[in-house]
Design a protein around this ligand. Structure first.
Ligand SMILES: C[S@@+](CC[C@H](N)C(=O)[O-])C[C@H]1O[C@@H](n2cnc3c(N)ncnc32)[C@H](O)[C@@H]1O
Length: 260
């Protein structure tokens, strides 16, 4: 199968998930509409200066985090491969009386109207595994960023893949599985999806290769999402996973700057 075939499989799978996700307690759309942010403590602490900035949110799903950044004053564009997700994002934007641009596109196909249109490019939890080639991903980030602009990502740590019985290193063919989704109401929303493993070094090196100077990488022993088996909430909103008695690094974040 070609990458195009895998993307089509993933697009259909994500389309299938949108309704259940939108209605789930996991995403808590009601809370968002009542004024709560969907953003979590890590990104709120590390990406604090967004007001008045043009922010590109890659793989924005149905726009909950995008619109939370809008509430913090960012001028946002959200991009996602799923047309159902983008349709739902636009509907949510109307209900929340907020403004953003939502574009249905595969990440690789998203080209800026003008090179360097954004001051911030942002992507989060559960994004990188949908990219077969991180060099192409990093090129899209770089071409969308203005010189001096910030790239920020917060992502599940790839070591989890290894502990869960998958490859840590990128394999020639993606892992294809048919399974329910991760929200509490999603066991019956079965979709076939293809994912690619990427070690931390591949993420960092792809960004460096595309002209993003990596300023900081942080690793966290907790996840703000309770989305893997056997996690324990030791403090409110912090879910930990142990391996042979020690904490697993379950999330990492990266801050980079576009250099000329
Ligand atoms: C786990 S969700 C990301 C949620 C994220 N934490 C957020 O900001 O809301 C993954 C998203 O990636 C999207 N996606 C998967 N493959 C993609 C691709 N090749 N290009 C663009 N979006 C893609 C899916 O449609 C889905 O909405």
């Amino acid at each position: 199968m070609s990458d195009t075939d895998y993307f089509e499989m993933n697009r259909m799978g994500w389309d299938q998930r949108v309704k259940a996700h939108f209605e789930s307690r996991f995403y808590d759309v009601e809370g968002f509409l009542a004024g709560q942010t969907s953003l979590r403590e890590i990104e709120l602490a590390e990406l604090s200066e967004v007001s008045g900035k043009r922010l590109l949110h890659l793989q924005c799903h149905f726009g909950l985090d995008t619109l939370s950044w809008v509430r913090k004053g960012a001028i946002c564009t959200g991009v996602d491969i799923s047309s159902m997700a983008i349709q739902q994002a636009r509907e949510l934007m109307g209900r929340a009386k907020l403004n953003a641009e939502f574009v249905c596109s595969d990440v690789y196909g998203f080209r800026p109207k003008e090179v360097g249109s954004f001051e911030i490019v942002y992507t989060s939890y559960g994004s990188v595994c949908w990219m077969p080639d991180l060099n192409r991903w990093a090129e899209v980030i770089s071409s969308n960023l203005a010189v001096g602009g910030t790239f920020y990502m917060v992502e599940f740590h790839p070591i989890y893949d290894l502990l869960a019985g998958y490859s840590y290193f990128t394999t020639e063919v993606p892992d294809v599985e048919e399974e329910g989704t991760y929200t509490e109401n999603g066991a019956d929303v079965v979709a076939k999806l293809a994912t690619w493993a990427h070690p931390l070094s591949s993420v960092i090196n792809a960004l460096i290769g595309a002209g993003i100077q990596v300023e900081r990488v942080n690793e966290f022993s907790f996840s703000p999402y309770n989305c893997f088996d056997d996690m324990v909430e030791r403090e409110p909103g912090r879910f930990y996973l142990s391996h042979r008695g020690n904490d697993v690094p379950i999330v990492y974040s990266l801050i980079g700057r576009k250099v000329a």
